[in-house]
Structure formats: C-alpha cells, structure tokens
Design a protein around this ligand. Sequence first.
Ligand code: ZN
Length: 274
Amino acid sequence: MLVFRTIFKRYILSNSKVILLLKVKKITLKKAEVSLVAEMIKKSEYLVVFTGAGISTESGLADFRGKNGLWTRRDKGLPPPKSKHFDEVEPNHAHLALVELQNQGKMKFLISQNVDNLHLQSGIKTNLISELHGNYKFIKCLECDSRFSRDEVGWIRDIHGRGSRKEPQQPNQPICEKCQGRLISSVVDFNDPMPEKEVELAKYHCFECDLMIVIGSSLSVFPAAKYPKLAKDNGAKLIIINIDPTRLDHLADLNIKAKAGEFLLKLMQELENM
Ligand SMILES: [Zn+2]
C-alpha cells in the first residue's frame, strides 16, 4: 500500500509531464473511459482480473503478439525483440494497482498467463492467483504436485538444466523432499498439460465473478483465453484493456486501447477520488 502511494504521489507531481508524453505517443487516455471503469469496479462485488504478457511490457519484457512481440517478429522472419531477463525487471504501475485492489478486498482473484513472477513479487497473495502457465521461479513435483522455489531445492539452472517435462530426468537433479518424486519446471511448455489445480481455481472464479477485467492479453492462446469468455457467458461484465485488438473485443462491454500501467495509474487516482 505504501509503495503504491509513494509512486502515486510522484505521478501527481509529474502529471503534466506524463500528459505531454502521452500526446507525443498519440495515446489518449480518455477521461470518460477511466471513469466508466472506475464506476464498474465500484459497483462490482466480485472482480476477477486476467493478465497476459502485455502487463509486463512497461517493466521491460517483450510480449508475444504485440507489434514488436516475440511471435509477431518470428512470423515475419525477424530475430527476437530486445527484452530484459525476468531477474532484471521490477513490477510496474499496473502490477502495483492490482495489489492495491487486492488489499482493498476489491479484486477477489487474479488469473495470469505470465510466468515472470512479477505478480507475486509485487505482493499478490499466492492463494489469490492462478498462474496458468507456471512461474519461472518454481519447480514442482510430478508425483505430489508440491511446489518449491528453485533456491529452496537447490536447483541451479546451469547444472541441472531447465527441468523441462519432455527432457529425460538427470541423475543429479534434486528430487521432491516430501515424496522423492521427480521435480520439473512449473512452466508449461507447448503441448504440456495445463496445471489441474490452477485450471480448476480459474474456472471457479470465472463462474463467481460479476466483472472480469482483461489486461495486456491478445487472448489468442487457447485454452487460457477461454476464461474471459467463460465469465462473460456466465453473466459477468467484460472489460479488455490492451494496446492492440484482441480476439474477444466483440464480446467486451468496454474495449480500452491503452498501455496497462498508464491506464491503471489513472484508474487508481479516479477510484481514490470517488
Ligand atoms: Zn512430491
């Protein structure tokens, strides 16, 4: 909470600079949109947020399907975009806004496609998030499904490898201290099964929510992207905040074409003044 407030005040102080920057980038944060989202959050009794790689681009990580995304460039035959390593980045305004909404009891649950650990690092509680594609910081047991940090089990990437499910188990790799089962990376690779517990939790909260806000996802990766649709089909309102068009724009009650951090900063300011 303190962290957010500090940043928030800094933002107010440099308000004119930010507005100038936005004009240069031709991104307009429409006041009406900010107010509308704030109103919808205020009325909501069960807000669930769904995030994709776009929420982390302002932290310096590349996304997948954005204009300069990993897959967009690959499809054009271009080399990968410049991106920092997960270890080098910090949560941005959007991550911190979600922590604030969680601490206020407004956001009941967070579903994320990201493996960058920025949600947990920013202060999201582990029991309030489903990381559908895993988290690069964690290793899990193939037998009992326990999750450990890599540091906790002494997993050193240069010695023990990535721990991919598809690679054969190496004799020197650490094993589960609870059941002696095989440990693998918690990150879900292509064609790997989705983590059962995370999927069930995500589904449960999609049925419970009356408002779902998607942030920074092109919603093109299935089955993960089916969750916003599930929420909408069950009567929830759907807001999509993404700089580029998404596959589910036609279903959304509100489409906001903005950068996540910039928009959420304005939104939190609006909510505080309401
Ligand atoms: Zn185990």
